[in-house]
Design a protein around this ligand. Structure first.
Ligand SMILES: [Zn+2]
Length: 414
């Protein structure tokens, strides 16, 4: 087996190792939340792989594992992703990006020719937010001081972030020492499985991400008049659930009529009671709207709002619409996107540009450095599911494209 062919196979095999105890808290599924024994065990074995690859390792004050190659004071190109997981996770969401980073470091270390910048491989401890009620603590803690009250947030067992950091061997008082200084990060690149079906549909192993979508969440509450299901004639009803149902279809209609990157979902429908014989007086839906450009998303959210207000008025139902969350879209750096596109083409894959519908650490790192992302095809577009799968051949192409990207960046900085 030639060393290059082996990169993808080893990256995948290592993700598979990380899919079982002690790297998972559960025996029959993959659960690896932030600052748990499974996280510590994963950090220990990945740290060993990093050392083998020639990287010098450390754990930063917020629990991120960092492996570094190259001059001490030089700005670093960071290849990173997360090693925490959702509950009952797949094995590749996060860890594959870290394993690809380790493979790149090993290849560069073996080659022995120094880069004009440092290389860091970072395994973020928290991206998914599966333990505490906030997410991306690892990358947020690296880019800006964490709000102090977040250290007091507790998990389901009442353990605070500060207590969990202490149990992990870290000092919560020092947590903000994890913040990187200005100029320390040259660029951030994240290889990640696509978590959607576009690459598979196009018959391509790799894709170049141009932007991570922005998200708007609307909480919509309908207030009609509760009534007897038998005794109230149809024209006299003010049915809150029927209004909510019509609103769900309005969201679907508005977003289906927009550009392909515009998506809208209602995955949350709440009613105070569930009964066969009651016309419901109250109903609430949660609307999630995403698009590559904030202007597209905001226009869709406004159109949805108008449609909902109109249908509520027609039905004689009161409606209250509240913005529950608005995260701006994060464009990838145009120049790095071009470099990545050339790198992907150089390994024989026709480069497809696509937007990421899911959030990633890259959107946080974008606050301090230019970012790029490389997507790797995943079978059936399935993710956050134990059936998640990426192939060794595709992972190998990703390693080679990443190395080509690093070489191109190195040429520019020579
Ligand atoms: Zn992920």
């Amino acid at each position: 087996m030639d060393e290059r062919e082996g990169m993808g196979r080893r990256a995948i095999a290592r993700c598979d190792v990380l899919g079982a105890p002690p790297y998972s808290l559960a025996v029959d599924r993959l659960d690896r939340p932030f600052l748990t024994s499974a996280h510590a065990a994963a950090g220990a074995i990945i740290g060993g792989w990093m050392t083998e690859a020639g990287l010098t390792t450390r754990i930063d004050p917020i629990g991120n594992l960092i492996g570094r190659l190259g001059p001490k004071d030089a700005p670093a190109l960071i290849i990173g992703s997360h090693i925490d997981s959702v509950r009952d996770a797949g094995r590749y969401d996060g860890p594959l990006g870290v394993m690809i980073g380790v493979e790149c470091a090993q290849a560069l270390h073996r080659r022995g020719r120094p880069l004009p910048f440092a290389l860091e491989v970072v395994a973020f401890g928290d991206e998914e937010g599966s333990r505490f009620p906030v997410s991306m603590m690892g990358s947020r803690g690296m880019t800006a001081p964490l709000p102090l009250e977040q250290l007091e947030l507790t998990d389901a067992e009442g353990i605070s972030v500060a207590e969990a950091l202490t149990a992990f061997g870290l000092d919560p008082v020092r947590v903000n020492d994890a913040v990187r200084g200005p100029g320390e990060v040259l660029a951030y690149v994240e290889p990640h499985i696509e978590q959607g079906p576009a690459l598979e549909a196009a018959g391509l192993a790799l894709g170049v991400v141009t932007a991570i979508v922005g998200q708007a969440r609307l909480r919509v509450r309908f207030k009609g008049v509760a009534g007897h299901a038998g005794a109230t004639p149809m024209p006299l009803r003010h049915d809150a659930l029927a209004a909510a149902a019509e609103a769900v279809l309005a969201v679907e209609r508005v977003c289906a009529a927009g550009p392909v990157d515009l998506v809208g979902t209602v995955g949350r429908l709440l009613t105070p009671i569930a009964a066969y014989n009651v016309i419901l007086g109250e109903a609430e839906i949660g609307v999630d709207v995403r698009a590559a450009a904030d202007s597209t998303r905001d226009a869709a959210a406004a159109a949805i709002r108008r449609e909902i207000e109109a249908l509520a008025e027609r039905r004689g139902v009161a409606v209250e619409i509240e913005v529950a969350q608005a995260l701006p879209a994060c464009p990838c750096d145009a120049h790095l996107v071009d470099l990545m596109e050339a790198a992907v083409a150089s390994v024989g894959v026709s480069p497809l540009r696509l937007v990421s519908g899911a959030g990633h650490d890259a959107m946080v790192l974008a606050r301090i450095a230019p970012v790029a992302m490389l997507f790797i095809r995943c079978a059936g577009g399935i993710s956050h599911n134990p059936a998640e799968h990426a192939s060794a051949a595709d992972a190998d192409l990703a390693c080679r494209a990443m190395l080509a990207f690093i070489d191109r960046l190195a040429e520019e900085h020579a």
